[in-house]
Design a protein around this ligand. Structure first.
Ligand SMILES: Cc1cc2nc3c(=O)[nH]c(=O)nc-3n(C[C@H](O)[C@H](O)[C@H](O)COP(=O)(O)OP(=O)(O)OC[C@H]3O[C@@H](n4cnc5c(N)ncnc54)[C@H](O)[C@@H]3O)c2cc1C
Length: 516
């Protein structure tokens, strides 16, 4: 290959969480500090602030931070972090009967053991709610305990965990790591234009003072405005609002009530036209009322938020975010890839934002072309894989709504209408009415959510899989019952080795965890 054809420099446009995550992934693989490495520069505007939300992550984030060579103690101490062990969903179904407790279920991070036909046996006997029968994490969450002990090493836990964090502090923390440890250079400049070749490859960016920044490859992390991919390269967005109706968020931060413990799960409480997230960080609670502007007026949303936080006046000051729901028709065009909100966005119900941007940055870094002549092949492959990821996320998010038996508003009735479901969801649910879900139903390694995640939502939402007529196909009833009994007995034993989430966080702040 001709050495002129070699890719030598990448510019990342945007210094939000997505920009810095992409910078760390690329720098870890492409080694800008090495004499043969690829130079990486991140440019961010001094005028456009980061979106500043995005407080919930999934366990992949722990793996990523470890791969970046970041100390978990330092991360916890710097980013106002608490542990997250899953999501507690409330009111997504009607209560079982009038005047009974609201419907609730956990989607924990622990993957259940799916041997011994355990799902089929659970369906036949239902010894307790699905997540409690299949694992210990729901019990540990109810008890307010952390997923690990102070004696556990960094990134190792008794149970899997992600984090709740302060989004602003997190991007600053990643920026420091990328620039001081991984060799990424950083520049503040407000970009107003880009020069393109006739075949629509970007050659350089131009800032408001006329300065030009040339590179061989560009990563668009400019947020919802998607300055390069959408505005310059004219790639349209494929909207998802016909399936996922929620498109607004009212966000607010409130202080902790001293008597309320810092829980280690995100609470997602459904309301008549959407849901409310409630995330406890060590020093505050982050709350967001997410709703559909087709079904709810902003004033009514503010009133509802006021009722939730018990402070109508404060709710009037909540920040309104217009969420652009959908993904780009192409994620990679020519020599430009979009990552972060510039790539796409769906409501943050399952913390898919950082998850997708983490996965797609890693995918880009791993498959990054050496030569410009490889760009077309990489473009085709990346677009295919990332499209699959987004489609699979839309299916999984819609599942939460499609299964609901709520009928108290048009929002829920329309969500239950199969005409608003992605065809793949229709197919899966039809199959799972009569057959126990299996790994073969979700065979693609690039699905963002796996069989285990589906099972928690399906059976947390009381989905009925009718296997009476094929009960003879399932064996191991005795072993499965033993498995459920062992889990029931082991959860209290595990609890003895764990301390309150808040107490552990305080200890880590003071002493740190032992290194890997
Ligand atoms: C309401 C809401 C709730 C969310 N909750 C979660 C959650 O719980 N979990 C989760 O994983 N994700 C969540 N997300 C997603 C998460 O916020 C984003 O994934 C994450 O913050 C990444 O944003 P970003 O870096 O793409 O964009 P931004 O933070 O908007 O950053 C854009 C960057 O581009 C720069 N820029 C823009 N234009 C220019 C220009 N012309 N010149 C130079 N620089 C420019 C800006 O200065 C900025 O640095 C949520 C998102 C929203 C909207």
């Amino acid at each position: 290959m001709n050495s002129q054809d070699k890719i030598r420099k990448i510019i990342i446009l945007g210094g939000g969480t997505a920009g810095w995550l992409a910078a760390c992934h690329l720098a870890r693989k492409l080694k800008p500090n090495h004499s043969d490495g690829i130079q990486i520069e991140l440019i961010e505007s001094p005028h456009c602030p980061n979106i500043g939300v995005g407080e919930g992550t999934v366990p992949l984030m722990a793996k990523t931070l470890k791969e970046f060579g970041i100390s978990e103690s330092e991360f916890i101490q710097s980013c106002n972090v608490s542990f997250k062990q899953g999501i507690l969903f409330e009111n997504w179904n009607k209560p079982a009967a009038e005047n009974t407790e609201p419907h609730r279920y956990y989607h924990p991070f622990e993957y259940p053991l799916l041997n011994n036909d355990s799902v089929a046996n659970w369906l036949q006997t239902k010894p307790s709610d699905f997540s409690y029968a299949m694992g210990m994490q729901s019990t540990i969450c109810d008890l307010g305990l952390a997923p690990k002990a102070i004696t556990d090493k960094e990134y190792e836990g008794k149970l899997p965990y992600g984090y709740h964090l302060d989004a602003g502090l997190f991007s600053q923390f990643l920026a420091k790591h990328a620039t001081t440890k991984l060799g990424v250079s950083h520049r503040c400049a407000h970009i107003i234009d880009a020069e393109l070749t006739p075949d629509e490859h970007i050659t350089c960016l131009i800032d408001e003072h006329g300065n030009r920044y040339a590179a061989d490859f560009f990563v668009d992390c400019s947020g919802f405005e998607a300055f390069l991919l959408q505005q310059k390269l004219q790639v349209p967005t494929i909207p998802l609002t016909h399936t996922l109706f929620v498109d607004r968020a009212l966000t607010i931060q409130i202080g902790h009530d001293e008597r309320t413990p810092i829980v280690s799960y995100t609470k997602a409480t459904a309301h008549q036209s959407g849901w409310i997230w409630d995330i406890a960080l060590p020093t505050r609670r982050g709350i967001g009322l997410v709703y559909s502007s087709q079904y709810m007026a902003e004033n009514d949303a503010r009133t509802l938020l006021g009722d939730y936080i018990n402070d109508a006046e404060k709710a009037q000051g909540a920040r309104l975010i217009d969420m652009k729901i959908g993904y780009k028709a192409q994620f990679w065009k020519g020599n430009c890839v979009a990552i972060g909100l510039a790539q796409g966005f769906v409501e943050p119900l399952e913390a898919t934002g950082l998850l997708l941007f983490d996965v797609t940055s890693k995918l880009l870094a791993t498959q990054f072309p050496v030569y410009k002549s490889q760009l077309t092949i990489c473009e085709r492959r990346y677009n295919q894989d990332v499209k699959h990821l987004w489609e699979s996320v839309a299916v999984f998010i819609k599942l939460h709504y499609a299964l609901s038996n709520r009928d108290d508003s048009r929002f829920w009735l329309d969500n239950r209408d199969p005409a608003t479901w992605p065809p793949r969801l229709n197919e899966l649910l039809h199959q799972w009415r009569y057959q126990v879900p299996s790994y073969y139903d979700l065979p693609n390694g690039l699905d963002a959510f796996h069989l285990e995640n589906y099972l928690y939502v399906l059976y947390g939402m009381a989905f009925e899989t009718r296997i009476e007529e094929i009960a003879h196909r399932y064996e191991h009833a005795e072993k499965a019952q033993q498995q459920f009994a062992t889990i029931r007995a082991t959860a209290p034993q595990l609890a003895k080795h764990l301390q309150a989430n808040q107490m552990l966080l305080e200890k880590i702040k003071q002493f740190g965890l032992s290194k890997i």
